[in-house]
Ligand binder design. Structure first.
Ligand SMILES: [Zn+2]
Length: 136
């Protein structure tokens, strides 16, 4: 995907209208984690990434995924709130991009206790803000 020009960037408030013509957008917004009591990762099929309630590393035969043997893998996933002025929307970020926000991989994230998550929340609120251009 090529870098957007200023003409490509649309306000959050116009996403619904723009969604009638395209499924990808460029927005310029501030991002924050609004809910620190959410789970920051899930386990799923290592090929199609559908959520599966099983332990990381377990193998299984997945009918919904070509009936092939697959491996359960943990994947970073959490919701964020994106804001421009005056619009706001919630979004979910996954995988490597989500890991980059925490500057750690999902293996480390899985080891966190609620106490550690609370510490991250405090640090986040103390001064971390993320400015990014996000596409859907
Ligand atoms: Zn699958």
């Amino acid at each position: 995907m090529k870098e957007p020009t200023m003409e490509d960037v649309i306000p959050i408030n116009s996403l619904l209208t723009a969604g009638k013509n395209t499924s990808s957008f460029w927005i310029k917004a501030s991002a924050k984690i609004a809910n620190f009591s959410q789970k920051f990762w899930y386990t799923g099929c290592n090929t199609c990434w559908r959520a599966i309630q099983a332990d990381h590393g377990q193998t299984f035969n997945y009918r919904n995924c070509s009936g092939q043997e697959r491996v359960v893998e943990a994947r970073c996933r959490f919701s964020i709130e994106l804001k421009d002025s005056p619009g706001a929307i919630s979004a979910t970020i996954f995988g490597k991009i989500a890991e980059e926000v925490f500057a750690m991989d999902v293996q480390k994230l899985m080891q966190f206790s609620d106490k550690t998550i609370r510490l991250i929340q405090l640090l986040w609120e103390f001064g971390h803000s993320l400015k990014s251009t996000t596409s859907n």
